[in-house]
Design a protein around this ligand. Structure first.
Ligand SMILES: Nc1ncnc2c1ncn2[C@@H]1O[C@H](COP(=O)(O)OP(=O)(O)OP(=O)(O)O)[C@@H](O)[C@H]1O
Length: 332
């Protein structure tokens, strides 16, 4: 488990991480999302004791990173895949890490095998492609067989087979009961991998929620209908007091009624349907919604809604991603 409490990092005037409080729990993959510059890497560096917080605290299984004996056996991390001694072979790079953490040499062979680098184990890391470097970094994270794993943008540079592999690896590590924390700005990738989401923008927490709740609370769901008896279907749906939107190509989109209700209505009136499909916005769309709401917030200076706690000043490029966003009340 990783616990953050009021974690804050300032670089001069710049607040890179702003009062973050959340817990990363075992048994699930937690996605850490935010656009470039949101503060993800800075947060992860503080988790690993590579940067000191300006304020607040972060604990790994109740301890500060510096208090962990043989830290690689508690927490394994892939931060910057290129941050290794390029003149060393993959095997020697891992062996050095193992020896300084009380990990047996045999484990080096095991993790090289897990990440598929056995054949190039004696080659110097500086000759590795970005994808091979990522795999070597992941091998380093797995070396101590830790209960907590942290990956910063792990799919960078991986080909589709590699992306599929890392996705399955993260899921299987979580299924073994480990804590898996993975950052990304690729929302579509996270939708396939993460069970839980922590979203930050401009260093501040925007959401800490399950993937399914995040999508449900932030995106539109509707039912798409197509019928050769379109006009009659429109009448029937209107008569039932349901709002319907004509979406072009003969397609109708219905908010506020389930596909079951619409299917039954059509059957009662003996209408033929060629399509009856519930649509749920993807994570990508949910993020766009989040951004759109923040822009709208700024567009209305006389907005009378609840004030946003501790609003940060807009950056040089204007209002920031997710700024002013507030979760919708449940049940809305
Ligand atoms: N050493 C530093 N000195 C000054 N500013 C920094 C430093 N490190 C990070 N920052 C700033 O802090 C903010 C957060 O950066 P960070 O790298 O943590 O974001 P990120 O979410 O990981 O972004 P990316 O996806 O681009 O890696 C950025 O505005 C960045 O410019």
């Amino acid at each position: 488990m990783i616990e953050l409490e009021g974690l804050t990092k300032r670089y001069g005037e710049k607040v890179a991480v702003n009062n973050l409080t959340f817990t990363v729990r075992p048994g699930v993959v937690t996605g850490f999302l935010g656009p470039n510059g949101a503060g993800k890497s800075t947060t992860m560096r503080m988790m690993l004791g590579l940067d000191n917080p300006t304020a607040g605290d972060v604990r790994i299984d109740g301890k500060h990173y510096a208090q962990l004996k043989d830290p690689l056996t508690y927490i394994g991390a892939l931060l910057d895949a290129k941050a290794m001694h390029g003149g060393r072979s993959a095997f020697n790079h891992l062996l050095c890490l193992a020896q300084s953490n009380g990990i047996p040499r045999s484990r080096v062979h095991e993790v090289l095998d897990t990440v598929g680098l056995t054949a190039v184990a004696r080659k110097k890391a500086k000759g590795f492609s970005l994808g091979m470097g990522q795999r070597l970094g992941i091998a380093g994270a797995l070396l101590g067989d830790p209960e907590i794993l942290m990956f910063d943008e792990p799919v960078n540079g991986l080909d589709p087979e590699g992306i599929h592999w890392i996705r399955n690896l993260m899921k299987s590590l979580a299924a073994q009961g480990r804590t898996v924390f993975v950052s990304s700005h690729l929302m579509s990738e996270m939708a396939l991998t993460a069970d839980h989401l922590v979203v930050i923008g401009q260093g501040r927490l925007l959401a800490d929620t399950s993937m399914s709740d995040f999508i449900r609370e932030n995106s539109r769901s509707y039912v798409r209908l197509r019928s050769p008896q379109r006009e009659r279907l429109l009448d029937v749906v209107h008569e039932a007091g349901i709002t319907v939107v004509e979406a072009g190509n003969g397609t109708l989109e219905v908010d506020g009624a389930t596909s079951e209700r619409l299917g039954e209505l059509a059957a009662q009136h003996h209408l033929v349907l060629h399509e009856l499909s519930p649509q749920q916005a993807s994570l990508e769309e949910a993020f766009m919604q989040l951004t759109a709401e923040s822009v709208e917030y700024h567009a209305h200076a006389d907005h009378q809604g609840p004030p946003v706690a501790d609003p940060a000043p807009p950056g040089p490029g204007g209002p920031g991603w997710g700024e002013g966003w507030q979760p919708r009340p449940k049940g809305e």
